[in-house]
Design a protein. Sequence first.
Length: 299
Amino acid sequence: MSGKLLLFAAVALAGCTPQAAPSALATAPTGKALAAACAGREGWGDPAPPAKIFGNSYYVGTCGISVVLIDTPGGLVLIDAATEEAAPSILANIRTLGFDPKNVRFLLTSHEHLDHVGGLRALQEATGAQVIARPEAAAALASGEPDATDPQRGSIPPFRGVAVARTVFDGEMLKIEGLRLTAHATPGHTPGGTSWTWRSCEGSDCRIIAYVDSLSAVSADGYRFVDHPDYVATFRATFAKVEALPCEILLTPHPGASNLFARLANPATLANPESCRAYAAGARMRLADRLASESTPPK
């Protein structure tokens, strides 16, 4: 049986046709409240209030790290986990929205670094959810240590590892009742970097949300991208893939990278079909600058 069929079967067997509890709030917290609460605060663990993004998708992360909750008839889906210290505030945000954390069925990831998956083990223990990731990320998620090829290995602290229950591959669609989530391999920032796209609707108004992984070419001291041409080629291929993604509402693991809070505070600016292209173009220029600086002999 394929991974996709197994996932669909797992949802069905978890309670025949499990229903996500609707939000107990008549009106979900707004992006204006989130932006105001996080003004001047961007620490990984700085608590933030939750906010509705669009349709069935909500922000439940911290002021500095995105965590996205998706409400479906087949249960709740959580993308990323911030740090372990942030887990209690993430769980509190889920409850504030009127949901039960025990109804989180699946935990997905962007990339395998402490600031985004350090809380994965704590959230898995609190919810009982299955962790789903690409094979390239699974070993690092289990060990809590970055892969040997990760440019930031040696500069990123370890985290409590967690077992990956199911792996997904580039272009694979997770069919959860009421939701179709597509995984996109976007390595570069880390070897297991993954982006996710899904369709969310408010009545007849439907948008494609793209949670696009970090694209920054940062590294541990002493690492030179010019010494790793194959890795640079992988990064460039990711930029091209991100530019071509279906993308109306862009979300990023660091909210500041996509000016998310300001956009949530002003819904008229939230959607932009050019946002993924602009995000990738900026990352391409920054990588080019990094390569040029590494190739310039010191004075």
